[in-house]
Design a binder for this molecule. Sequence first.
Ligand SMILES: C[S@@+](CC[C@H](N)C(=O)[O-])C[C@H]1O[C@@H](n2cnc3c(N)ncnc32)[C@H](O)[C@@H]1O
Length: 266
Amino acid sequence: MEIHSGIPIFKGTYSDAASREKTEMLARELIPWRKGPFQLEDLYIDAEWRSDKKWNRLKKDLPPFQGKLVADVGCNNGYYLFPIAHEGAKKVHGFDPTFKYMLQYELVRSHAPKLPIEFTCEGWEALYRYPQTFDVIFLMGLNYHAPNPLEIFHACKNSLKAGGLFVCEGVVVNTQANLEIFPRGKYAGIGGVYAIPSPTMLSMQLASVGFKKIHQQHLVKMETAEQRSTIFSPQPSLANFLNEDGSSTEGYPPLYRAAYFATKEE
Ligand SMILES: C[S@@+](CC[C@H](N)C(=O)[O-])C[C@H]1O[C@@H](n2cnc3c(N)ncnc32)[C@H](O)[C@@H]1O
């Protein structure tokens, strides 16, 4: 496996035409691919999300992973597990309770079975079995889907070693105010949302859980080049849920995403 500009590339050649066809058939059966892209030999799985863009935003400020134990909580099909393993992590553990995403992961993983990756088909609740275990925990795209994000932040903190790094990324309302909004129904087509915090609110939530050295690593407006319909994810996407002024078709503010880095005290 190689990583080119954040994209996992699995090289080699299929032993025969039948296995090439089988991989493509399985990939199509597992539609929609929300996170990607993946290059599986000559098969390019273009997902709804250009997850490489988020990885490239984060990567420049991440510490070296050599010899580290890393977790990605809510890892979807494990997209980020591959660049993290490639960076030399001793082990990277992905948690996601959605069985279909685990099957996507298994299909990709079958192209590089020796990587130090473990995928557990369970949610963040499983973290309580891993006290003070990880050097780095990623929690991305999950807090605003949860009725009680602080409980998840506590679980992550409990699973970090002292001095460990917490990377918390998600949708935010781009205002200086300390607030959160509670969309009724969907927000820019995203279902299952509870509270969308402002950056200040998210930062204060992390502080209230006891994280230290909290700082905003990036804040970006979501572009349709990063989230769009593709052959492997054909359902409506961001462009279908934005008005011309950038507000969402449900009447909510433009969609921004922020990443916060925070540390568990030594
Ligand atoms: C918006 S996606 C974010 C995926 C990925 N972390 C990213 O940033 O691209 C939310 C993910 O959380 C997963 N999920 C749902 N409930 C969860 C839970 N209780 N614990 C952990 N993950 C969960 C979903 O299956 C989905 O893959």
